[in-house]
Design a protein around this ligand. Structure first.
Ligand SMILES: Cc1cc2nc3c(=O)[nH]c(=O)nc-3n(C[C@H](O)[C@H](O)[C@H](O)COP(=O)(O)O)c2cc1C
Length: 187
């Protein structure tokens, strides 16, 4: 049976970001995850800082799917080859970060039916960012699976050290389990 292909997106692009530390915690959770019977889990990290998509520069509507730029085609191919997605996302000014919105706006059909788990971090677990993002993800027909929100001075230091308590760890494990069992079927 084909592996379940899980993509983990590091949304922050700041030079002094901590998002990659939170992503490491997610990757450890994926390593410990029991794969669905007869399948393996294949994990790919997509770092929006490395991807460096320009502000949306496609002349056509993403919903039409006619892409003229290589960066769009590469991003499209990566997300088409994804069965379940995890977004590791900071909260900026009670929203989610602009690079993440831009990356979502580039595509359309690629998102259809894709289960997506949200791992937010910031003060109060990035709850505003997660709630704002939910509306966007529903618009592009992704299936949102809620996940942990790491909070400064509780489960995360401002330097990026994850100190997950039982609740946060259980929220991550439950989210990852649900993502792999509801993963999109290739084809
Ligand atoms: C532009 C900006 C706005 C921010 N606004 C919020 C906010 O509204 N809520 C919050 O919890 N943290 C906020 N923060 C703090 C971030 O949660 C914190 O800097 C975190 O480390 C950002 O993730 P990153 O380092 O991976 O980019 C903000 C940070 C920046 C840079």
């Amino acid at each position: 049976m084909a592996p379940v292909r899980v993509s983990v997106v590091i949304a922050s692009t700041r030079p002094t970001r901590i998002g990659h530390h939170v992503a490491d915690w997610v990757l450890a959770g994926l390593r410990d995850l029991a794969a669905p019977a007869g399948r393996t889990v294949e994990v790919t990290v997509h770092d929006l800082r490395e991807l460096a998509l320009p502000f949306l520069d496609e002349p056509g509507q993403p919903a039409d799917g006619h892409y003229v730029h290589d960066h769009t085609r590469q991003w499209s191919a990566a997300m088409s080859a994804t069965d379940a997605l995890v977004l590791v996302m900071p909260e900026y000014n009670r929203g989610y970060n602009a690079a993440l919105k831009n990356a979502i706006d580039y595509l359309y059909a690629e998102w259809d039916g894709l289960p997506v788990g949200l791992v937010g971090y910031g003060w109060h677990g990035a709850s505003y960012a997660k709630s704002a993002l939910q509306q966007t993800l529903e618009r592009v027909k992704m299936t949102v699976v809620d996940g942990p929100g790491l909070s400064f001075e509780e489960t995360l230091t401002q330097e990026g050290e994850v100190r997950a308590d039982d609740e946060a760890q259980a929220a991550l494990d439950t989210m990852l389990g649900e993502l792999v069992t509801t993963a999109r079927t290739p084809g």
